[in-house]
Design a protein around this ligand. Sequence first.
Ligand code: BTN
Length: 326
Amino acid sequence: LEESIRNRLITILFGTTQFISGEEISKQLNCSRTAVWKHIKELKKNGYQIESVPKKGYRVISRPDRISEDEVKHQLHTKRFGQVVHYHESVTSTQEIAHRFALDGALEGTLIIADEQVKGRGRLGRAWHSPKGTGIWMSIILRPAIPPQQAPQLTLLAAVSMVKAIIRVTNIQPEIKWPNDILINGKKIVGILTELQAEADRVNSVIIGMGINVNTAEVNFPADILDRATSLRVVHGEALSRSALVKALLEEMEKLYDTYLDEGFPFIKVMWESYAASLGKMITARTLKGELYGLAKGITAEGSLILEDEDGQIHNIYSADIDIPK
Ligand code: BTN
């Protein structure tokens, strides 16, 4: 309840560039002027710049680029995705927290989001650089009624949603590198990590972790990833609102997920292939069993990559790192 008052207050304050009196606000919110003042104080603490002038009232100057629960839920048009938000300033890994919530029966669509991760996890046991204040580090809990071997489809679904959200917010069309890296100009902007809680024949929950380099400045990337990674700000030229991107993503993802539950994987496969960087190209796949070189032909219904080697033999690749020569 408290929260929805605060969200309505944000809407009122941002609805005008003029001063608006405490009395007017208290009328609109149907609460006391002291309550208004307390909420304003809370917003200021959260980084909103609000001017208050006696007899005139309040005027908002700027809102912070925050991804708090208030910001994420403000004008979020979804039914389930992001309707429950657990925001933290600093965590080990949002994946770790999401696993705990999932075990405790969290609702589908529950979002865990953090301003910083100190032990961010990447694919294949790697670390994921998650500095404070510039990126989006989030995990979302899904509970689809599917067998575990279909779970990789959700990674591909997440990647397609991400591409659509980035297009919506920046007008730039990124590419997907199988299985789940999102690249712009050949450099990685987003990583996706899907983890499962499952029995042999049934998924209990799928935890989709996404790391998005949003406003990171080039100088702040560690030297060892600088040649492979970049941020939306670097390619777009200006800083972006992280919460706007989170909202776009939650909206795109819920839409695709609902269609997926109704119609299955085929339409996601088509969209994924239309955004894929590697298809039709000669690539090198580094798998646990060694390297394969060949033509990337497409993906299967399970989401594995189809590669035709130079002898014309077809391989299904389930896990690998891909090199796409320039
Ligand atoms: C990759 O290796 O490309 C996947 C990176 C996934 C990073 C995200 S950030 C939010 C979530 N929490 C984590 O610890 N990892 C994922």
